[in-house]
Design a protein around this ligand. Structure first.
Ligand SMILES: [Zn+2]
Length: 158
């Protein structure tokens, strides 16, 4: 059986503990480029994952710092859904993604690197991509790749 949904990398889970504050709240305070923010909605936003499993791996989170899925308000939940749907369309049209894994990692045991600000992962898939490690092997190229991806998606956002 192939593993389709890999949780956060252990390295990231460890580094998340060392960071001060919440990465999702901090991303919103930074500029789009520095924060890797693709799109800011009314009550939710789209941000690239700094430790992606695939090119275009992004996350949709409420603007509000909220740690329980059930505490999302109606318009937050709806906007997260709409933003994810738009991201699926964009990753399909601009990057040729052939499929997607969308998921919420709730709790550290489920692989959540950030446990107190809920967020939905969106990982684009391509045929033959079951091993993401080549993508991650050279971490030095990632910052440039991330910014290029962020700009591409941000500019294409309707
Ligand atoms: Zn937060």
């Amino acid at each position: 059986m192939k593993q389709l949904w890999a949780p956060w990398r252990l390295e990231y889970i460890q580094s998340a503990d060392e960071q001060e504050g919440c990465v999702f709240c901090r991303a919103q305070e930074l500029g789009d480029e520095e924060g890797l923010v693709v799109h800011r909605g009314q009550r939710a936003f789209v941000v690239l994952n700094k430790y992606p499993y695939a090119s275009g791996h992004l996350m949709v989170a409420p603007a509000r710092h909220v740690g329980a899925l059930g505490e999302l308000e109606e318009d937050e939940a709806l906007e997260i859904h709409r933003l994810a749907a738009t991201a699926v369309d964009l990753l399909t049209s601009s990057m040729g993604a052939q499929g997607f894994n969308l998921g919420w990692n709730l709790g550290r045991i489920a692989g959540a690197g950030v446990v107190d600000h809920v967020h939905q992962h969106l990982v684009p898939r391509w045929a033959g991509d079951t091993n993401f490690m080549p993508v991650l092997a050279d971490v030095k190229v990632m910052p440039e790749a991330l910014e290029a991806t962020r700009r591409k998606l941000a500019e294409a956002w309707p």
